[in-house]
Design a binder for this molecule. Structure first.
Ligand code: UDP
Length: 239
């Protein structure tokens, strides 16, 4: 497979064309941004950890019957993925109150939710990813009703699988963001699942092992990403 020209560069990843129009080449960067790009920085080796953590999680989900865009891990910070027609809706799944939910509803961070909460945001950097609901999605025709049914079902299934997976590795999966895209009439999981897009807390100490260390200037950022990778990698193929 040959890497061709850069198609798109986002905050944390670059997407290149390949000689196969159905396959893109993704490169994970060390750049970090938060608060709609107002806070910027670089986290040593982040791209490598996010690429490999995402690959482990995509592979795990595939073994459980969830289709993902990943084709092949290429090396340290690169993977091949199937080209999806990305649905411009970010899907947030929450198990424990944190971040914007704590602020918006005046709840205490760390409160366990009685059942998972799904939220949707419109994927737009200029607008700061505003929260939307299914009426907006239907009215703007961002996704059909059938696609939304599939997205909700998959998001909750993925949550169930990942909550158990992280619990087995002494971490609480607090919340995370997913993106989906269309491929041959199906809706499949795209983007990444990493400490950039999830909140993981150490199950015993509550220590934050994710991008909140960067957002909140908690220090030991690279160490946290490395620790998540270590816990996932060490448990190897056992699922
Ligand atoms: N998230 C993300 N990208 C976004 C917004 C949120 O990956 O553009 C993730 C974030 O890392 C967290 C979850 O979605 O795991 C919920 O984020 P929240 O709404 O609390 O927003 P934040 O506090 O991160 O601004």
């Amino acid at each position: 497979m040959e890497r061709k020209e850069l198609l798109y560069e986002g905050k944390a990843k670059q997407v290149f064309r390949t000689d196969d129009p159905g396959i893109y080449w993704i490169r994970y960067k060390d750049d970090a941004t938060a608060f709609d790009g107002k806070k910027r920085g670089s986290i040593e080796a982040k791209g490598r950890y996010n690429n490999q953590i995402s690959a482990i999680l995509f592979r795990f989900l595939e073994t459980k019957g969830i289709e993902t865009h990943m084709v092949e891990l290429l090396g340290d910070r690169e993977m091949l993925v199937r080209a999806l027609d990305i649905i411009p809706v970010e899907v947030i799944v929450r198990n424990v109150v944190a971040g914007s939910l704590a602020k918006r509803l005046g709840l205490e961070e760390g409160t366990t939710l009685d059942r998972p909460v799904l939220e949707f945001c419109y994927k737009s950097d200029e607008l700061g990813d505003p929260m939307i609901n299914e009426y907006h999605i239907a009215a703007m025709d961002w996704a059909s009703e059938a696609e939304m049914a599939s997205i909700k079902k998959q998001a909750l299934q993925i949550n169930g699988l990942l909550v158990a997976y992280f619990r087995d590795r002494d971490m609480t999966l607090v919340d995370f963001k997913l993106e989906f895209g269309r491929l041959e009439g199906r809706v499949i999981l795209g983007d990444e699942i990493s400490p950039d897009t999830c909140r993981f807390w150490d199950a015993k100490t509550g220590e934050k092992l994710d991008k909140d260390r960067f957002r909140r200037d908690l220090g030991k950022i690279e160490e946290a990403y490395r620790e998540v990778y270590r816990r996932l990698k060490e448990s190897g193929e056992q699922q």
